[in-house]
Design a protein around this ligand. Sequence first.
Ligand code: ATR
Length: 279
Amino acid sequence: MNSSNYRLAGVMGWPIAHSRSPIIQNHWLDVHGLSGAYLPLAVAPTRLEAALSGLAALGFHGCNITIPHKVEAMRWVHDVDANARRVGAINTVVVQPDGSLKGYNHDGFGYIQSLLEAQPDWRADAGPVVVLGAGGASRAVVLALADRGAKEIRLLNRSPDKALALAHEFGAPVHALPWDQRHAALADAALLVNTTSQGMHGTEPLDLDLQQLPLRALVSDAIYVPLETPLLAAARQRGNPAVNGLGMLLHQARPAFQSWFGVMPEVSAELRALVEATL
Ligand code: ATR
């Protein structure tokens, strides 16, 4: 860590120009009257180790890690917190007082907070949860839901092996179901989560029939471009409450800011509008 009052952090990715994290983190530096900067850091995969090992010397408090570095970066930090180790990926690096690096993953925290922001009395144990997708986002979301007390998590993925492997790795309450049962799996569900890329700008909508989903079930999507995916639009139209992926992005950034700069920031309407204006 540097000895000046100028606070430095950033986000390493490749490419990085699209990242909204600088808008979020620089807004909070401003709100809290802290001088400093949060920078987009374009780091090619072959230079990830060099970039991370330079953080302390450059006086950075830490950085976020995004696509495609979230798994690989675990190899180049000195310590990985227990939750991130279970997720198998890090999205935040904190430079420790001795200059060593510790990795964290706040995606699951961000996801849970986004649900609570929409429904303050939301509970993970309200009923069965259906999670679509078994990639990196799914791992963080499934673990967070299980830790939060979900009793039954039905995991469905286009490639069945990945869902089976994840269910095996995480154990109860996670069960893998075949992809072609995704419509029927919605019966009696309290929460539906899409962590696949389907519905993202430039992709086909998710092929999912909501007919059997109870009307009180919460429907959420990890996607935030567009803000309203075809899945969320269909859910709202039939009367289900719906939560888009922007809350997950905004809330995962909070504990990172806190770990670098010592203050837990809030997601304000102003911040949300700032980021929405770029989508
Ligand atoms: P992320 O880190 O965002 O989770 P990822 O690890 O690449 O991204 O995972 C993408 C997810 O979207 C996977 O679950 C993938 O399913 P496969 O494991 O079968 O590839 C899912 N996905 C991508 N394209 C899909 C499609 N056309 N239909 C259904 N699922 C799809």
